[in-house]
Write a protein of this length. Structure first.
Length: 146
């Protein structure tokens, strides 16, 4: 292999399609969530005047559900990133051999690969930290509601 030219992993068409479908699903789910939250806010606001305890109970149920979804999503993302980090450290290459990429990606070996693994670890820790802080904040908010 010529050392002057970096090794490039070509983009995988199936991975590109999967990412496009994933983005479209997220946009649809985000839109549905937006309309649900508008309806929930209107419902809670109307009930505050007539049945405040019922409105606060409904808000409490939503916060509990949101916390659960938040933990599940953050855990799944962290597990995948941890797996990618381990494969990078084991192979000494980023992206690890056999990884499908969405766009043409330069292969990093040695120290640059370890640096990428370190950045993955930083991202994992940020996800865990933000999730824990958000859940702590929502738990305190839920405590104030009940």
């Amino acid at each position: 292999m010529d050392k002057s030219r970096p090794e490039i992993i070509p983009a995988d068409k199936k991975a590109q399609y999967a990412v496009l479908v994933f983005i479209m699903v997220i946009l649809v789910l985000g839109s549905l969530l937006f309309f649900y939250l508008q309806k929930l806010q209107l419902d809670i606001t109307n009930r505050l005047e007539t049945a405040a305890e019922e409105a606060l109970a409904k808000l409490g149920r939503f916060i509990t559900q949101f916390k659960s979804v938040n933990i599940i999503v953050a855990t799944l993302i962290s597990i995948y990133l941890f797996y990618l980090m381990l494969k990078t450290l084991q192979s000494g290459q980023y992206p690890p051999p056999g990884t499908k990429v969405v766009s043409p990606t330069r292969v990093r070996r040695g120290t640059p690969a370890r640096v990428m693994a370190f950045f993955l670890l930083v991202i994992i820790l940020l996800i865990i930290g933000i999730t824990l802080y958000l859940n702590h904040f929502l738990s305190r908010l839920l405590g104030m509601l009940t």
